[in-house]
Design a protein. Structure first.
Length: 321
């Protein structure tokens, strides 16, 4: 965790951390045809959290479904402005524990509230230049209260590919046929501890039952870097996190505009006539949102015709490996 300043109510997480991956261990064991005596511990990076329930919420030996949602939020403008926009549209307030489940249930109501991933494996909604919300996990697992006493504690992990604002929402409902089994009691006693890896929306989703939730809880965090390597480079460059996407893009353009290529006269050099402020290139324009923002900032810095932005994209996504 990063040091919190100003009494921030939710943590900044530096980067995903290694979480034990039992499925990978089993695959390695089968591939090696070992008897298990030399079994190695496999890990992969992700976010891990613990869901706890009281005996009143999950009675002893009674099967229940625990629904888990992991959602990312990309704010184009300040969070205060995004909240104002969401409130005007009738979105549930931030303290509603099933705020995101409710939003996505409404968006996909014709599909029983089950989110559907697009060709790139994403399930997102929002409005350009305001905010984008994406369901990264939309699943459930079947479990039951601890034998004889009820209640329980369940470790859940999820892989993440983006640094963003994240919100975790969980609730208890009737188990569905689509719910996956949780770790067996024997596996839960293994040390080092094992987490149940929640599948991404590109692999598995379930119909929403948030409107029938009996108990619900939520938390949120801001993931600053997508991995340890990015964290190291960010520290070396003394990069500071921004509060929203708009500020990040502006800071990036401002930094580039102070470079030798953009302002050669500051370094005692004559500008090149065809590109007086350097050659500005963006690789991976996607929907064009970032391209429009960069172009707007460039015009503010250099004028209408002083610089041209060239955008490139294969529109095939990133390779899986």
């Amino acid at each position: 965790l990063e040091d919190q300043k100003g009494g921030a109510p939710f943590p900044d997480v530096r980067h995903p951390w290694p979480v034990r991956d039992l499925d990978e261990e089993v695959k390695q064991l089968k591939a090696s045809q070992s008897d298990g005596s030399a079994r190695s511990i496999a890990v992969r990076d992700g976010l891990e959290f613990v869901i706890e329930a009281s005996p009143e919420a999950v009675p002893a030996d009674v099967p229940v479904g625990i629904f888990v949602g992991l959602f990312s939020a990309s704010h184009t403008s300040s969070e205060a402005k995004v909240e104002e926009w969401m409130s005007s549209g009738g979105t549930p307030p931030p303290h509603n524990p099933l705020r995101m489940w409710t939003m996505f249930t409404h968006q996909y109501h014709e599909n029983g509230g089950r989110v559907q991933a697009d060709d790139l494996g994403d399930a997102c909604l929002g409005e350009a230049f305001r905010a984008e919300f994406c369901a990264r996990v939309f699943t459930c697992f079947i479990t039951s209260g601890a034998s004889g006493v009820g209640g329980g504690s369940w470790r859940v992990a999820a892989g993440v590919k983006f640094s963003s604002n994240y919100r975790v929402e969980a609730y208890i409902g009737e188990p569905l046929p689509d719910c996956r089994p949780y770790l067996s009691p024997e596996v839960q006693t293994i040390q080092p501890s094992v987490a149940w890896w929640a599948p991404p929306v590109s692999e598995h989703t379930v119909p929403s039952r948030s409107m029938f939730a009996r108990h619900a809880a939520w938390t949120r965090l801001r993931l600053l870097y997508v991995n340890r390597e990015n964290y190291w480079w960010g520290r070396q460059a003394q990069v500071n996190p921004t509060s929203c996407w708009f500020d990040m893009m502006q800071a990036s353009v401002n930094s580039a505009s102070d470079s030798f290529a953009a302002r050669p006269e500051r370094f005692g050099m004559r500008p090149i006539e065809s590109t007086p402020h350097g050659l500005w290139l963006e690789f991976g324009v996607g929907s064009g949102k970032t391209t429009a923002a960069i172009g707007m900032f460039m015009k503010a810095l250099f004028g209408e015709e002083a610089a041209t932005l060239h955008g490139f994209d294969s529109f095939q996504g990133l390779p899986s490996e």
